[in-house]
Design a protein around this ligand. Structure first.
Ligand SMILES: [Zn+2]
Ligand SMILES: [Zn+2]
Length: 783
C-alpha cells in the first residue's frame, strides 16, 4: 500500500489534503475516509494514493469508510469537470454528488468510567448532588480535566441513523356552524389549500393556537400524523399511459431517439414539442426500451414537475426498477435509494436536479424535461446547471442526452440550430387539438378609458362571466404572491423595507403580516409610517391573494381556488388542488407561475393573464426569454380536451416582442429576434458569462473588497473579455449582506475561467474570505 493519500474535504478551499496511511488501512480512490482536520474529524473522498512525501507534516487517516469506491471513475471525472468549470471546491462538489451524509452522523457521548464513579464516591458526591451551575466554557474545561484523569470517556456513535420523520397535518372535515373571525381564517385557509395543510403552515397565521383546538373539539378539523414520505398518489387513478396510439411525429421521434441510443455513441438531442404534444409518453417509451435492453436511464424533471401522480405513472410502467429521488426524502431515504441504484436494483432513475449524479451503471440515456427550467441551476456552491452536467455526463458515458421542452432555452435552441444537437420536433398537439386564440389587452388604454388602475379588465371580466355561466373552468395567472407588494407612506414617500434586504415587504392580509420574499423576515402590518409616524400608509399593487379577493367580489357565486407558495407547501398540496380542479370542485383557479406548470386540466377554456410581464421592467437580459416561456406555458393550459381555448393577456407592454410572439405561438420568430439582441449585446449563447459577487455584512468591507478586485481587473490583461463593474448589485442588500458585482463576458470560456481562477488567487492573497467572493459561471440570476 502506498504511504499517502490525497483527500477532498467539503470545505470552501480549493485544495485536497494529504494524509498518511497507517498500516492495515486500505483507502481506495473514489471511496470515503475519516480524517482529522483542525479540531474536527471529517469524511472526505480519496482522489489519489501515492508515495510522494509532502513538505509539511501529515496527519494519519483515522479510518476507511468504504472498501469499494462510492464514486466510480466516470463520476469522479465528472466531479472534477464541475469543480473546474464552475470554479467550485472539489470536496464541496463531491458532497453534492453523494447523498450519504445520513450514514455518517456524528454522535458523541460521554460515559463515566469505573474510576470516575470511584472518584465521585470518594469525594462524597453522587448522582445529581454533583450538579452545579457553571458556564459552558467551565463545563468544557472540567470535562477535559476529567477525561485526562480517565474518569470520563468519550464515545463515538457516528454512523447511527436518524429516525423516519413524520409531519402533522390538519384536515378540514366540515364547515358547518357559526365561526368567529379567527376560526373563519383557519377554515378558509384549509379550504383554499384543498382541505389539508401541514400544521406548521397554520401556525404561521396570526391566530391563537387554542383556536385550532376548538375546531378539533367541534369536529370540524382533524389532526393526523403522516410520514413525510412521498407516497404514490392515491388521489385519482390516471388513464393508462400507453392506451393511445402514437401519432406520426411521436413515432418518428421515438425511432430517432432509439437509433441514437443503440449506436452507443454520444449524441445530444433537443425534443421541441408544443404544449400538449405528448413528450412524456415519448420519454417513457424510450426509457422502457432502454430498460428492456438491460441498460440504465435517468429522467430529470423540474422541482414542481415531480408529483405523486407522476410517481404513480412511473411505478405503473417500470415497477420496482424505478428509483424516484425527490426533495421530500429524508437523508436516510435518499441514501437508501442511492444504494438501490448503486447495487443495480433500480436502473431507471427519476428525480430533480441532483439525480443527474445517480450511480447507475451502463448509462444509455439522460432525459432533461423542461430543460429551460431555472430549478436545474443550483443557487449555492457548487453552482452547477444540471442540464449542462447531464450533457457532459452523457458525453463521458457515450450515451444520449435528450433535452425536452415546449420553450427551449436560447442556449439549447442555438446548439440545435448550429447542428451541435439533433433537433426533433413534435409540432402537433395530440389529437390535433387547436392552439388557443390569444387576445392582448393594453392596460394603459384600459386605464385611460376607465379612469383608474384595473386588476381585471372589462374584457377579461366579461369572458370569465361567460365561461362560468357555461360551467367551464377558468385560470388566472398573476405571478406575484401576497396581497400587496408595496407599502408606501403618502406623507414622507418612504416604503417599508425588510431589515435584512433592500427589498419592500409584501403585505399578506390573511396572515396579518408583512413578509420579505427573499429572506422570509416578517413584521407586523404597520398602522403608522415607521419613518415619520404619519397614518397615511397605503398598500399598493396586487398579488395573488388580493386577486382572489377581487374575483370573489366580481363573481360571488364562483368557487375559487388559489395556487401559490402560501397555499401550497408540498407536492401533495399542489396535486390536491389540481385534482380538485379536475373533479370540477373549483370554477376559478388563481395563482402564480405554479398554475402554468400543472398538467392537463381538461375543462379549462379560458386563461387570463393579469401580471406575467413584470419581469420586462427589470434589468435582466433574460427577462424577455422568461416572459415568453411563461406566457407560452400558461397559454398551453387553455383548451385541452376538444374544447378550443382562449387566452386574455393583459399587459403594459403590448408591443414587446416577447408578448407579441407568445400571442402568435411563434417560437421561431421569438428565438430569431432574441438571438439577434443577444449577439449585439455579447450575451449568451454568443459569449460565456460569469457573475462575480462580493458580499459582506459590513458595507465598507464590501466596498473595499470590490474596489480591490476592480483595480485588479483594470491592470490585468484580459484580452477579449469584457468586465463590467464593480457596480452595486440590483438588490444592494440581501440577507444582511451588502452586495457588489462584476459581470464578465468572454467569447472564450477557457480564457474566462483562467481569468476567474487568477482573480480568486488574488482575492485569497488579499485575505478576502473565499465564501464572500461568489463566482457564478453561466449565471441565470444577475440580481
Ligand atoms: Zn412616512
Ligand atoms: Zn429580506
Amino acid at each position: 500500500m502506498p504511504e499517502f493519500c490525497d483527500v477532498a474535504l467539503a470545505l470552501p478551499l480549493d485544495t485536497a489534503f494529504t494524509y498518511h496511511i497507517t498500516d492495515g488501512l486500505e483507502p481506495v480512490i473514489g471511496g470515503r475516509v475519516l480524517v482529522p482536520f483542525r479540531q474536527q474529524r471529517m469524511s472526505g473522498i480519496v482522489v489519489a494514493v501515492h508515495d510522494r512525501q509532502p513538505s509539511v507534516k501529515t496527519k494519519d487517516v483515522l479510518n476507511v469508510l468504504d472498501s469499494t469506491p462510492v464514486l466510480d471513475e466516470q463520476l469522479l471525472q465528472l466531479g472534477k469537470w464541475i469543480a473546474d468549470y464552475y470554479l467550485a471546491p472539489l470536496g464541496e462538489v463531491f458532497r453534492t454528488m453523494l447523498p450519504l451524509s445520513a450514514e455518517f452522523k456524528r454522535a458523541i457521548a460521554y460515559r463515566i468510567t469505573e474510576e470516575g464513579h470511584l472518584a465521585l464516591h470518594q469525594a462524597g458526591m453522587t448522582g445529581s448532588s454533583a450538579r452545579s451551575r457553571r458556564t459552558p466554557e467551565e463545563q468544557l474545561t472540567l470535562l477535559s480535566g476529567m477525561m485526562r484523569k480517565k474518569w470520563i470517556v468519550r464515545e463515538d456513535f457516528s454512523g447511527v441513523r436518524d429516525a423516519k420523520r413524520t409531519t402533522k397535518v390538519a384536515i378540514l372535515k366540515s364547515t358547518d356552524g357559526k365561526l368567529n373571525e379567527n376560526q373563519r381564517l383557519l377554515v378558509d385557509t384549509l379550504a383554499a389549500a384543498g382541505s389539508r395543510v401541514a400544521l406548521e403552515v397554520l401556525h404561521t397565521l396570526d391566530v391563537p393556537r387554542s383556536t385550532l383546538g376548538t375546531l378539533v373539539r367541534r369536529g370540524l378539523v382533524e389532526i393526523a400524523e403522516e410520514p413525510e414520505d412521498f407516497s404514490v398518489s392515491g388521489l385519482k387513478s390516471r388513464p393508462a399511459l400507453f392506451d393511445f396510439q402514437f401519432n406520426a411525429p411521436q413515432q418518428d421521434a421515438l425511432k430517432r431517439i432509439r437509433e441514437a441510443v443503440d449506436s452507443r455513441t454520444f449524441s445530444g438531442m433537443l425534443l421541441h414539442g408544443v404544449t400538449g404534444s405528448g413528450k412524456t409518453a415519448v420519454y417513457l417509451a424510450v426509457m422502457r426500451a432502454v430498460l428492456e435492453a438491460g441498460r440504465s436511464a435517468i429522467l430529470l424533471v423540474p422541482e414542481i414537475g415531480l408529483t405523486p401522480a407522476m410517481a404513480a405513472d412511473l411505478h405503473q410502467v417500470f415497477g420496482d426498477e424505478v428509483a424516484i429521488l425527490h426533495s421530500s426524502l429524508s437523508d436516510q431515504e435518499r441514501a437508501e435509494q442511492w444504494h438501490r441504484i448503486k447495487r443495480g436494483e433500480a436502473r431507471i432513475v427519476v428525480g430533480t436536479r441532483s439525480a443527474v449524479f445517480a450511480p447507475v451503471a451502463d448509462l444509455a440515456l439522460i432525459i432533461v424535461d423542461e430543460e429551460q427550467d431555472s430549478s436545474y441551476k443550483q443557487e449555492e456552491t457548487p453552482r452547477y446547471h444540471a442540464r449542462d452536467v447531464a450533457v457532459m455526463r452523457a458525453k463521458m458515458a457515450n450515451a444520449v442526452v435528450l433535452l425536452g421542452s415546449a420553450t427551449p432555452s436560447l442556449e439549447s435552441y442555438f446548439n440545435a440550430k448550429k447542428k451541435k444537437y439533433a433537433l426533433v420536433e413534435l409540432p402537433d398537439r395530440v389529437e390535433q387539438r387547436p392552439l388557443p386564440e390569444v387576445e392582448i389587452i393594453d392596460m394603459r388604454q384600459e386605464f385611460q378609458e376607465t379612469g383608474h388602475e384595473q386588476v381585471i379588465s372589462r374584457k377579461l371580466a366579461e369572458e370569465i362571466k361567460e365561461r362560468l355561466n357555461r360551467h367551464q373552468q377558468v385560470m388566472v395567472l398573476l405571478n406575484r404572491r401576497g396581497y400587496s407588494p408595496v407599502v408606501l407612506c403618502r406623507t414622507c414617500g418612504k416604503t417599508l423595507e425588510c431589515k435584512n434586504c433592500a427589498i419592500a415587504l409584501t403585505h399578506h392580509k390573511r396572515a396579518r403580516k408583512m413578509e420579505c420574499h427573499y429572506c422570509g423576515y416578517t413584521a407586523p402590518v404597520p398602522q403608522h409610517c415607521i419613518h415619520c409616524g404619519s397614518e397615511y400608509v397605503y398598500f399598493i399593487g396586487t398579488g395573488s391573494e388580493k386577486l382572489e379577493e377581487v374575483l370573489h367580489g366580481l363573481f360571488p357565486q364562483a368557487r375559487i381556488g388559489r395556487l401559490d407558495r402560501d397555499t401550497v407547501r408540498g407536492r401533495e398540496d399542489f396535486e390536491r388542488m389540481l385534482s380538485g380542479m379536475d373533479a370540477g370542485e373549483i370554477d376559478l383557479l388563481v395563482g402564480t407561475q405554479m398554475i402554468a406548470k400543472g398538467h392537463d386540466i381538461h375543462n379549462v377554456t379560458l386563461v387570463g393573464v393579469v401580471g406575467a410581464d413584470m419581469a420586462l421592467g427589470m434589468p435582466d437580459f433574460r427577462a424577455a426569454e422568461r416572459t415568453f416561456q411563461l406566457l407560452t406555458q400558461v397559454a398551453g393550459r387553455a383548451g385541452r380536451g376538444g374544447t378550443p381555448g382562449k387566452v386574455v393577456l393583459q399587459t403594459y407592454f403590448p408591443d414587446h416582442y416577447a408578448v407579441q410572439f407568445a400571442a402568435n405561438h411563434d417560437f421561431a420568430g421569438f428565438y430569431e429576434k432574441e438571438l439577434r439582441f443577444r449577439s449585439w449585446m455579447h450575451y449568451p449563447p454568443y459569449s460565456a458569462l460569469a457573475n462575480v459577487l462580493v458580499r459582506s455584512a459590513k458595507l465598507d468591507e464590501a466596498l473595499q473588497w470590490s474596489g480591490l478586485l476592480g483595480k485588479w481587473f483594470d491592470k490585468t490583461r484580459h484580452e477579449g473579455i469584457r468586465v463590467l463593474g464593480p457596480a452595486a448589485a440590483p438588490i444592494l442588500r440581501l440577507k444582511q449582506d451588502y452586495r457588489y458585482h462584476f459581470i464578465l463576458k468572454s467569447p472564450s470560456r477557457e480564457k474566462l475561467n483562467a481569468l476567474l481562477r487568477t482573480m480568486l488567487a488574488y482575492a485569497a492573497q488579499q485575505k478576502i474570505p473565499r465564501t464572500q467572493v461568489i463566482v457564478d459561471v453561466d449565471a441565470l440570476w444577475l440580481m
